[in-house]
Design a protein around this ligand. Structure first.
Ligand code: CA
Length: 259
């Protein structure tokens, strides 16, 4: 007896998503999954179609595969950026970090690497939509992008562990190579966010948005100051960091160094 629930669930205003993707397996899974999350999905199978449908549909957000037939995701991104500031999330194949950085340079707002979980993708979609003024009223923003009401808890539980650092997000404790350290609130949130994304570049915008909030218009040097403090707590040699890597002009990444 769930027919009523299904029929009555209708978000107030559906967010229109243009999905530019040529791999059938991804398309099928995404169309179903995103519709269930309340998104109205239009699919483009190649780069030219993506641009044509962008004009036709006027989407609120674009999921843009990097490797598309006819016109690459980079070219599509450039073309759309020339006339719109619509949020664009670039979808890359695993291990193509260079392309990812180029993607961010041509104006993508964020990226996800295949294979990804639907939950992760939707969280990123909501995050970029939150940063956009015309976005739907999203659920209460979670400062570090963790599970929000209705979303399943992260599979990893409440403990994050990488590179000799352990973060207990429930008890708000941090251990560096076995020893507890005391971090300030923002340092803790920043570290949690970085460690939830080990090996991924997080852009300055994403870090500032999720730790300080979308309405933060202060000095962006604040981020660097916090990174510096984090390094002084975490790194064996803060002057040559191995855990938190600077990606010049883009952002930061938490790395798990080889022993
Ligand atoms: Ca592709």
């Amino acid at each position: 007896m769930t027919a009523v629930t299904t029929a009555s669930y209708q978000p107030p205003a559906q967010t229109k998503v243009l999905l530019a993707e040529d791999e059938e397996s991804f398309v099928d899974a995404l169309v179903v999954g995103l519709a269930r999350e309340g998104f109205d999905v239009t699919v483009a199978r190649d780069g030219n179609e993506a641009i044509r449908l962008f004009d036709e549909v006027a989407p609120d957000l674009i999921l843009l595969d990097l490797m598309l037939p006819k016109l690459s995701g980079i070219d599509v991104c450039r073309a759309i950026r020339a006339r719109s500031s619509v949020p664009i999330i670039m979808v890359t194949a695993k291990g193509t970090e260079i392309d990812t950085v180029v993607g961010l340079e041509v104006g993508a707002d964020d990226y996800v690497a295949k294979p990804y979980r639907l939950r992760e993708l939707v969280a990123r979609m909501r995050a970029v939509l939150r940063r956009t003024p015309q976005s739907e009223p999203a659920p209460a923003p979670d400062p570090v992008g963790r599970a929000r009401p209705g979303a399943p808890a992260p599979a990893s539980g409440t403990q994050l562990e990488a590179g000799g650092i352990v973060v207990d997000t429930d008890r708000h404790l941090v251990f560096v190579r076995g020893e507890e350290v005391h971090l300030r609130r923002k340092e803790f949130e920043l570290l949690t966010l970085l460690m939830e994304n080990v090996g991924r570049v997080l852009t300055r915008d994403v870090l500032i948005d999720r730790v300080w909030g979308a309405d933060y218009y202060g000095d962006t040097k604040t981020l660097d100051v916090h990174i510096k403090r984090l390094r002084s707590h975490l790194e064996e040699d803060p002057s040559s960091p191995r855990l938190i890597t600077t990606i010049r002009g883009v952002g930061y990444r938490f790395d798990e160094p080889r022993p």
